[in-house]
Design a protein around this ligand. Structure first.
Ligand code: SF4
Length: 248
C-alpha cells in the first residue's frame, strides 16, 4: 500500500476524524502567530519542553518541519453542550492528546522518521522538569503545533479538511477573568486580521450589560457606532447589542 495512504488510514484507526496531506513547500510560518505564544495566554509558555521557548525559534521550528516532504494535518470533532462548555473543551483537549499518543504508537511500527506535533503543551507529568532537567519522556514528547507559527485555518484549507464545524465562540473560564487575557486575545486577533488578511477595520460587538466587555472596548480605543435591540432566542428576553469599530 502507498505509504501516505497507510499513514492516513492509521490516523483514522487511531481515532482521528479527518486527515489531509499538505506539501511542506506550501507551508507558511507566521512570526506574528508565534508571538501569541509569548503573550502566555495559555499559561504554557516557558512551562514545558513542548512549548516555546523550549521548542526553539520559529526558524528552528521551520527547519525541523522542512526536513519532510509532506505534512498530515489531523482533526477530531468534539460536541460541546454549549459555547461556554469549558469542561467539554478541556476534555476534548486531553482526548485529542490521547489520540495523538495512540497514533504515535501505531506509526512507530512502520515509520522510522517523522515529527509528530500535538496540541497545547504537555500534560504527561504532574510537574514538568522544564527548565531544570531534561524531559522525562523524550520519546513521547510532542511539541505544540501552536508554537510553530502556523495559521491553522490556512492549513485546514490546504489539507481539505473542515476547520469550522458550526457556531463557535471564544470564552474565558471564571479562573481566567480580570487577568488581562481578554485584552491579549483581542490584540492578537487585531494583529492576525491586519497581518494575515490585510484587514482595514475591526468590528466588535457585545451586549450592553456585559460591563467587562464594554470596558475592554473603551480601553482599546474602539468607537461605539450602534446600539440595536435584540431578542435572545434562548429565553426571549430583550437586550441591546452594542457595536464598535476600530480602524486598523
Ligand atoms: S513528558 Fe513530562 S518532562 Fe517531558 S515535556 Fe512532558 S511534562 Fe515535561
Amino acid at each position: 500500500m502507498d505509504i501516505c495512504k497507510k499513514i492516513k488510514e492509521t490516523a483514522i484507526q487511531s481515532g482521528m476524524w479527518q486527515a489531509g496531506f499538505i506539501n511542506t513547500r506550501d507551508l507558511l510560518f507566521y512570526p506574528e502567530i508565534r508571538e501569541i505564544c509569548n503573550g502566555n495566554s495559555c499559561r504554557n509558555y516557558g512551562k514545558t519542553w513542548a512549548c516555546p521557548p523550549a521548542t526553539g525559534t520559529i526558524d528552528e521550528c521551520k527547519k525541523r518541519v522542512m526536513q519532510y516532504e509532506k505534512m498530515l494535518l489531523l482533526s477530531i470533532k468534539y460536541d460541546l453542550e454549549n459555547p461556554f462548555d469549558v469542561e467539554g473543551m478541556q476534555n476534548a483537549m486531553f482526548s485529542f492528546k490521547g489520540s495523538v499518543d495512540i497514533f504515535d504508537e501505531k506509526l512507530k511500527v512502520f515509520l522510522l522518521d517523522y515529527l509528530l506535533l500535538s496540541n497545547e503543551g504537555c500534560r504527561k507529568c504532574t510537574k514538568c522538569t522544564y527548565p531544570d532537567a531534561p524531559c522525562r519522556f523524550p520519546e513521547y514528547l510532542h511539541h505544540s503545533i501552536e508554537g510553530y507559527g502556523f495559521n491553522i485555518y490556512e492549513l485546514a484549507k490546504a489539507a481539505k479538511i473542515k476547520y469550522n464545524n458550526g457556531e463557535n465562540t471564544i470564552c474565558l473560564g471564571p479562573d481566567y477573568t480580570r487577568k488581562g487575557y481578554g485584552k491579549q486575545i483581542v490584540k492578537g486577533l487585531i494583529e492576525y486580521c491586519r497581518n494575515t488578511y490585510g484587514a482595514k477595520e475591526f468590528i466588535y460587538s457585545t451586549r450592553k450589560e456585559n460591563k467587562a466587555s464594554n470596558q475592554l472596548a473603551n480601553a482599546m480605543g474602539f468607537k461605539l457606532v450602534s446600539s440595536e435591540s435584540k431578542i435572545d432566542n434562548r429565553d426571549g428576553h430583550m437586550y441591546y447589542l452594542l457595536t464598535y469599530r476600530y480602524t486598523l
